[in-house]
Every structure is written in C-alpha cells, then in structure tokens.
Design a protein around this ligand. Structure first.
Ligand code: SF4
Ligand code: SF4
Length: 712
C-alpha cells in the first residue's frame, strides 16, 4: 500500500511460528497477533501512529493469500468501520485500524450501527490514540465514544507480550459478549521496541480460500433498524455488559500487583503503567521491572470496569489514587460510584492531584505521586528525600533555563525542502498586495504547515477534507471570495462528497485549491485513488480532474505548482472573474519526499550502469544579493538561509542556499515572479559525464582561470 518504504523485513516477521522470537515495534506486534488470532479480514485508513498495520499487511499479499485473509485499503475510516459489518452475520474475525480521535469521529455512524445489533465474529478496532505531547490532532479521547456506543476499550500495558495477549483476548471478549472491542495504542506503545515469543498463524475457518456456499439467512434481529434497535439497546445492558465483565475477571485481563503499603493503592490504565513504574522506582517505591510497594490495579481494559474487581481492590484501603488522562474523568467517576453504592469509604484521589488536561508524562505522574504521598503519609515511607529530590530537580530546571541568554524560539514543523505545496502559498502571498486578504479555510495535511510562518494562512481547520464545506457559511458573507485548501488525500477521503458536491448543489461562489501531490503524504505516502501507482502494481485509475469535470465544475484549472507566475495568475483570475460558481485549481506537483526517495533509487541504478546522472542545485551570487531577504520571506524554504556578507563595505548578511537544496527551482521562480534581484543561478552536478562533456568542462575551467576567475 505504501510507496514510502519496503516492508519486506517486517513481512518476514509475520511468518514466524511457535517458539520463534519476534522483535520489533508495538504496532507490528499487533499485526502478527492478528494473524495468530485467525483474523479473516483486515482494513483501515492510514494515520499515525498505526499506518504500518495496513501498510505491512498490504505488502504481505502472498502470506495473506496463503492464509486466506482479505486485506482492504479503505478510502476512509467510515468505510473501514462499515467493513466490520461482515462480523454481524458471519463467524468471521475482523480487524480495522485508524488514527483516533479523528478517525473514530469519521467512523462513528457505522460504529453505532455495528454495535447496536452486535457481532457474531470477533471484531477488533486498533486505534492510534493520538493524545498528549507530540499529538497532531485535536485533544479528545476515544473513551467517550466507547462509553456512549457500548464498545469495550482496551488500553494494554506497553509491553509486546501483553499487547499480543490482549489482541488475542480481544477477539474472545468480543465473541463472548457479541460486542466490538477497541484497543487504544498511544504513540509510545505503537513505536515501543520489544520482543515476544510468537505462535503459529491461524488460517481462518472461513476465508478467501474457504468460501461460504450460501449467504447468512435473513435475520431481522441483526439489522440496526427500528423496532429491533429498542431490543438491542436492552441487550447491551442486560446481556453483553455482564458477559464482558465476567470475561474480563475470569480471564485476568486486568492485573493486580501486590505491595506492602496495603492501606493505599493506585488504579492505572495499562497504557500508563510503564511510566508509573519508572516514577515509583525513582521515588524508591518500586523497581524497574514493575514491582511496587503501593498495590496497583492495572486496567488493561478501561471500559467496562468490573465493579467487583474495583470493590475488591479498594476495600480496606484508606485511599486510592486514580491515574486517568483527560477530561471528563470517566474512570474516577465510575470508581466513586461503585464504592459509594457498596458503602466503601476509601478516599479516591485523581483530578486535583493530577491535571485535568494533557498527557500524564513522567514528570506529571511523579508530581501526582508526591501529592498523594504528602496527603496520605504512608507509614514507613520517609518523605524527606522525596521532597529534597523534587526541590533539587526544580533548581536544576531553573538553572538550565537561566543558562540560556533567551528562551529558545519555538520550532514548529514545516514543509519539506522542495515541497510542491510551498509555491502555492508563495503565489498567494505575491498577489496579496493586489487582491487583499481573503478568508482561507485550511484542512488536514501537509499544506496545514502554511498556517506557520512565513505564510500564516488559514482561518479554520474543521477536519480532513472538510475545508470547502467549512467555508459554506463563510463565503456568502464575504465581499471577496474565500479560498479553501485540501490535499488530494483529503479530497478522496471526504472532500469530494462533503465539499465539492455541497458547493455545486448550493451554487457556491467559492474557490477550492486541491494539492495534488499523488499520495496521502503526511501519513507515509500511501497510495490514493489518483496515485500514479497502487498496491496491485498499477494505477487505481481515478483522476481528480476527470471527476470534477464529470460533476460539472464550471471553472477548473490544473497548474504545475512550481510555476509561481502561472499559479499567481490562476489565483488572481479565480478571485476576480465575474463568472459565478465553484472555481477549482488543481495544484499539481509530486510530493518531494516521495520524489527524492524515488530518484535516489533510480539514480543509484543509473550510476551502477555507468550512465549519466544530473542533480540540479540552486545558488545565490553573493555579489548580486541585496540582502533584503524577500526570497526567504516569500518561500520559507529551509535551505535558504543567511551568511555574513563577504563585501566589507556592506553589513547586511546575504542570502545563501545550503547543501540540503533539492533543486526544486522555487526560489528562482519566486525571484522571477516577484521581480526580485537576479542573484539566483541554477547549476547541475553531473556524474558519469561523457567524454565530450568532460572536454567542454575542462575548456570552460581553463578559460575562467585565464580570465582570473579562479575556477577549480
Ligand atoms: S511529505 Fe511531501 S507534501 Fe508533505 S511536506 Fe513533505 S514534500 Fe510536501
Ligand atoms: S531550489 Fe530554492 S526553494 Fe527549492 S530546495 Fe533549493 S533553495 Fe529551496
């Protein structure tokens, strides 16, 4: 599925059998566990940190064919969730994956309609839970969706053996309670490196190799359709929930770690356990292997809670600390309710000692632990060294800050060097003086980097492929046309249906720019319907321009992104033409990251055959550069920087291009389009040059030396 890289090594690991040792990342362990569980079908939509799940399985086609497993690369998360409908009527185990919370939101309709009738075959939804430091999406948790839709939610301890075990148990739990199961894997759990002892893969009993002769008999009870939905709501509570709770307790899905300070305890979701263990060890209350002096209840299943297990753990304790990231504190509220109903007086601490929002990092957890210890003062624990260590850490942090002459400037991510999307924003910036500022509806994707300096463009981001739809009620109230921007990935994911069709339906007088770079670039360059290649070795054959023409878009231009002048002209025309209706500019330019990876391989092959390879590079003539740096402000390319002016009579540093330049040509185009100084030049580095070319080069160098140019 992915053009980014080959997964041949990972695919080999999927073939490991009983007793073999699997070594690798958490998300790859999940992939292997799916095959060990006898999964019959797998699907999903790419998104960090779980993209590899589908990428690897799609690359493992021969193995999937041997086992009879169907792999589907879904156009969005809603399609992936709907795919799970196979398990409503058939004894098929199925798994899908996507990034949460955004993907879960997209999938919510299908998930509700899946969960209401319930499932016969086990269903597992692997969620890349992008919450906390380094997250790339809005900060919400999947827990709320699990609770409102009655989907069980696992949050396994970040340990490959535990994760694999929980994947296998998830299918059993799903079948025992006829309910889909979600497993949230934080970024750290997905990329955790470790090992586990593998088991043989299981070929599913019903598969692409062993097909059913007949469809399932009609059964109205398996439809999410009233009036049976009223019965289904009762079944969720009367049968499925008790069955799940019984399974969780009987099969030991949650884990208790005993400790000698038994009047206190900590309840921790599995995903936070490693961080907690490390911080307990630092405070002298545990060790690096997870033992703890404070008893722990590790919730590998965070929904549903098993009330008996909570009561058993808390009864007889003076106080328990609940570690639960985010808000509302669902687990803490439920524990308080369970204890109150049982008339158990254990004090429950959580929010207040720990912050209401944000990731519970190691530092946050340690601060919460210290607050808990200070409040409860456990017998036999000397708090003095703990306080002293905290004070010393604070002093060190202050000293580190004071050692810097000024706070470090923020360094947000930005477009790759040579990105084809950057020139579109340069063109927009260039015509701003003529046409003024307009409302810009931004979107999810690499182009969202234009919200940072030097472009600072974008008034809203409403979701993946939602920019044009989000401008629907903005455009009618603006004198000037608004511009919506989405990527080709976003276009196929959602933008075509919600944006383009909505705009045509409502005869919206608006502008849409579609960045056509050929991949869902930001998630690892997966193929999309309009890619030049596909997972089956050929292009899927769908085309954005043809699609838009077919829908009757009245004004449509396809412009090579690096042609800044042409792009500026197209934008100017779209903003000023008297023609009403939707105007679409397809900004065409291959993702530079993908291009460089492709060229690296192609050039290596050429060099090996002794053939000619040219690498374009750009440079700036020091003597011509005026030092006003407008090229930097207009392009923002990280290869464009400054250096001291070699002219002793001039103070301003001159612009220069460093070695990371990929020769995209944008800076030269901008200099031309903006009529900047003519200081840019293009050079070509030639390898395996021919005899004539070498002779010509020799003659040129000799001439330059003769003229006193000092050519090397
Ligand atoms: S991944 Fe591709 S599209 Fe995204 S910023 Fe880099 S070059 Fe641009
Ligand atoms: S040609 Fe210019 S814009 Fe393109 S990568 Fe090189 S310095 Fe950056």
């Amino acid at each position: 599925m992915s053009a980014e890289r080959s997964f041949s090594k990972e695919v080999e690991q999927l073939r490991l059998g009983d007793g073999d040792i699997f070594e690798g990342e958490g998300i790859l362990a999940v992939t292997k566990a799916l095959l060990q569980s006898g999964v019959a079908y797998v699907g999903g939509y790419q998104g960090a940190p779980v993209s590899h799940l589908i990428d690897v399985l799609a690359d493992a086609k021969p193995l999937m064919d041997e086992l009879g497993v169907h792999v589907e690369t879904c156009p969005n998360e809603a399609a992936a969730a709907a795919m799970l409908g196979a398990s409503i009527n058939y004894p098929l185990r199925g798994a899908v994956g996507w990034k949460s919370i955004v993907g879960t939101n997209v999938a919510a309709d299908a998930l509700s309609n899946l969960t209401s009738p319930g499932v016969m075959g086990g269903v597992l939804i692997v969620l890349g839970e992008d919450y906390g430091e380094g997250a790339s999406v809005i900060q919400e948790r999947s827990h709320a969706v699990a609770m409102k839709s009655s989907i069980w939610l696992l949050d396994p301890r970040p340990d490959l053996g535990c994760i694999v075990d929980m994947v296998e148990r998830s299918f059993e739990l799903s079948e025992a309670s006829n309910t889909p199961v979600m497993m949230q894997l934080r970024v750290r759990a997905c990329h955790l490196q470790g090992r586990f002892t593998a088991r043989d893969n299981k070929a599913p009993p019903v598969s692409t190799r062993n097909k059913l002769a007949e469809p399932a008999p009609f059964n109205y009870a398996r439809l999410a359709h009233p009036p049976v939905t009223f019965v289904q709501e009762k079944l969720k509570l009367a049968e499925r929930l008790p069955a799940a709770r019984a399974f969780i307790v009987e099969h030991g899905l949650n884990q208790t770690i005993a400790g000698d300070i038994d009047n206190l305890g900590i309840i921790v979701p599995g995903g936070l356990t490693n961080t907690l263990a490390r911080r307990l060890a630092r405070l002298g209350l545990g060790d690096a292997f997870g033992q703890s002096r404070l008893p722990l209840l590790v919730l590998n299943v965070v929904h549903p809670l098993a009330p008996g297990q909570i009561r058993d753990f808390c009864a007889g304790k003076d106080a328990v600390l609940v570690l639960e990231e985010g808000n509302p504190e669902f687990i803490e509220h439920q524990i308080n309710l369970i204890l109150r109903k049982a008339d158990i007086g254990t004090r429950i601490h959580g929010k207040g000692m720990l912050p209401a929002a944000g990731e519970y990092t190691a530092e946050v957890i340690e601060a919460g632990l210290r607050a808990f210890l200070e409040a409860e003062r456990p017998a036999g624990v000397d708090l003095a060294p703990i306080r002293a260590a905290a004070e010393q850490a604070e002093r060190l942090a202050e000293a580190a800050g004071a050692a810097l002459p000024a706070p470090l400037p923020p360094r947000p991510p930005q477009f790759c060097t040579g990105c084809p999307e950057r020139p579109v924003f340069s063109a927009r910036k260039l015509i701003e003086a003529e046409v003024g500022k307009v409302h810009i509806a931004a979107d999810i994707g690499c182009h969202a980097f234009a919200t940072f300096e030097p472009f600072s463009m974008g008034n809203s981001i409403l979701g993946y492929g939602m920019s044009l739809a989000s401008a629907a009620a903005v455009a009618p109230f603006q004198e000037k046309r608004s511009i919506s921007i989405m990527g080709d990935g976003g276009f196929w994911h959602n933008g075509l249906a919600t944006g383009v069709i909505g705009a045509l339906l409502n005869e919206s007088d608006s502008i849409l720019i579609i960045m056509q770079n050929g991949f869902t670039a930001a998630t690892g360059q997966q193929f999309i319907p309009s890619s030049a290649d596909g997972r089956f070795g050929h292009a899927p054959g769908m085309d954005i321009e043809t699609t838009l023409k077919g829908l009757g878009v009245p004004w449509l231009r396809t412009v090579r992104t690096y042609s800044v002048t042409v792009m500026a002209d197209a934008l100017r025309e779209a903003l000023t033409t008297k023609q009403k209706g939707l105007k679409v500019i397809i900004a065409d330019g291959e993702c530079q990251l993908a291009r460089q990876r492709r060229l690296r391989g192609e050039n290596a092959a050429l060099l090996e055959r002794g053939e000619r390879v040219t690498l374009p590079r750009f440079g700036i003539d020091d003597e011509v550069c005026t030092g006003d740096h407008s090229c930097i402000r207009l392009s923002g390319c990280p290869s464009l920087t400054v250096k001291p002016n070699p002219d002793p009579l001039r103070d301003d540093p001159v612009a220069t291009i460093n070695n990371s330049c990929v020769g995209c040509g944008l800076c030269g185009e901008i200099a031309h389009a903006a009529a900047l100084c003519p200081s840019f030049y293009q050079a070509e580095r030639v390898r395996n040059a021919g005899v004539l070319e070498r002779a010509l080069d020799g003659a040129r160098r000799a001439t330059l030396r003769w003229l006193g140019g000092g050519a090397p």
